[in-house]
Design a protein around this ligand. Structure first.
Ligand SMILES: [Zn+2]
Length: 62
């Protein structure tokens, strides 16, 4: 399952698409670790990473 997931090179959003559904930038399979943002308005991580949507975000994208 994880192999099919790709992370955006720009915003780190994880999806199964070749283009990020959030910002339209290309995605890559070369990423490590992720955080799940369930409520971005109350997530400290989301605020630190500048995330303003819910979803999964890669911690490291190459
Ligand atoms: Zn993106």
């Amino acid at each position: 399952m994880r192999a099919a997931q790709k992370a955006c090179k720009n915003c780190s959003f994880i999806s199964g698409d070749d283009k990020c559904p959030l910002c339209g930038n290309p995605t890559t399979k070369d990423w490590q670790g992720y955080v799940v943002i369930i409520d971005h308005t109350r997530s400290e991580i989301a605020q630190r990473m500048g995330i303003n949507v819910n979803g999964r975000f890669a911690l490291k994208v190459r």
